[in-house]
Design a protein around this ligand. Sequence first.
Ligand code: SF4
Length: 349
Amino acid sequence: MERIDLASLNLEELTEKLREISEKSGVKIEKFRSAQIYGWLTRGVYSFEEMLNVPKNIKAVLDEYCFITLPRVEKKLVSKIDGTVKYLFRLHDGEFIESVFMRYEHGNTLCVSTQVGCRMGCSFCASTLTGLTRNLTPSEILGQVVAAQKDMGEKVSNIVMMGIGEPLDNYDNVMKFLELVNDEKGLNIGHRHISLSTCGLCDKIRQLADEKKQITLSLSLHASDAETRRKLMPVARKYDLDELISSCRYYIEKTGRRISFEYAMIAGENDTHAHAERLGNLLSGMICHVNLIPLNDVKERNYTKSSKKAIDDFVKILEKKHITATVRRRLGSDINASCGQLRAENEKK
Ligand code: SF4
């Protein structure tokens, strides 16, 4: 029997697994034990030894049939400018992922990873340089929140899935994570406080729309014409821009939620007046918001961020077309807070 990843289960599934283990091992595990164990996990106790009200013989069986692990802090960088904290976490199999803890007026936000590496190949992103190693399990996504809260001694109230990986490429585990993190007996973080960022897997966007969750969808658009998008993001060779915009309209129609379009401003690549005009036309009539992101320079690629003037002009053109746009504050600019850079440096070593 493969050892069970306990923290990836909801209470009902955990109860069923403990029943099976009890049958198999011959050790009596009463039904109320599952609520006790689930309670420890949701309070961030990820060691059977520390589960004080669980008898020794049950702990021994749990140790034999199950496992629980929390991502370990391998490296922690704290921004001197704004206090943003970037974590490099080591997973139980020696792989590394990143999370970023940010303080905003509306509460603490954690940016989590959903995969080890990424196979989407976006040309401005360091997370994809060595491809996809594996998907994260629900407990490994949740574990980043638990570990960051423990380390910071502060509660995380918002989550953005914008770290390493494409969340919709790990669909089932991400859906399970959304269920677990929302559990009122657990971290109890409402879906309205969670954003999921995708590079644009159209079929999965439609599937997500049908789930009618109240999360915010962030669409990494980064271009307003098919050719530029294909150059920047290989995913655009599979799903063209029209198909993408149509799946976004479907998402809004099904969920009633506004979409955030993410647009990394890259000097000379996608930041001209013509690009802004086209973007305004493309999003016309959609309930949406555009986040312009001055790109953190990616050493491994030859991209630099747009000038302030180019960004200001871009915003003005969008506003004329009645599209609201804001320029994202660059938190943690002194600690390489761009996704994947810390992991890439660690891999090189
Ligand atoms: S931007 Fe996101 S989807 Fe694109 S390669 Fe990076 S992690 Fe993957």
